[in-house]
Write a new protein. Structure first.
Length: 183
């Protein structure tokens, strides 16, 4: 029995030492060591409180009754528009259907990239990269794009093109577009 008592004595003293250490730890943590946090909280509580704005006034819904007898049909075009379109319908402008298509006319204009230009003896060419990974050399008068585009001029940074596009009423109109040099 003495042997068991001798073994229990060190375990009992270790247990008592752990209890004392835990008690000291709790006492150390319970002190007011957070003065900066406490002062911040007091500062926030001391600030002047703002007011929340009230809800905006809601306007009542005003209904509209459509009376088709006094108004025009919204789905029919205006008569003046029809006259303008008829005048534009046959303005004599149309693409040349007898001309042989050039290589760059198989690609949409937005898929072509102006990558550079060359000049020799006062004559300037533009370098155009196409989606087929080929770089083409073009000059004013050449055609490109799928809207019958013809190159009007080439500068160091811009390629000016005139396209002939349908106007929606059976006629044709022309528009100028440009390609900018990409860096």
């Amino acid at each position: 029995m003495n042997i068991l008592n001798d073994l229990r004595q060190p375990a009992k003293s270790i247990f008592i030492a752990l209890q004392i250490a835990a008690l000291l730890f709790l006492v150390a943590c319970s002190g007011d060591h957070h003065e900066d946090l406490t002062s911040y909280i007091n500062d926030v509580k001391a600030r002047k409180q703002g007011r929340i704005k009230g809800l905006p006034e809601i306007k009542p819904y005003e209904s509209f009754t459509y009376d088709p007898s006094s108004l025009r049909d919204p789905f029919s075009p205006l008569i003046e528009e029809n006259k303008k379109q008829a005048a534009v319908m046959d303005n004599g402008l149309r693409p040349d259907s007898n001309r042989k298509l050039e290589a760059l006319e198989q690609f949409p204009l937005d898929s072509l990239v102006f990558v550079g230009n060359l000049e020799r003896n006062g004559k300037r060419w533009a370098l155009i990269a196409a989606p087929d990974d080929t770089v083409y050399r073009v000059q004013p008068g050449n055609h490109l794009g799928q809207n019958f585009g013809e190159i009007l001029s080439i500068s160091e940074t811009t390629l000016v093109i005139k396209e002939i596009i349908p106007n929606g009423t059976g006629g044709w109109i022309d528009r100028k577009v440009s390609l900018q040099l990409t860096e």
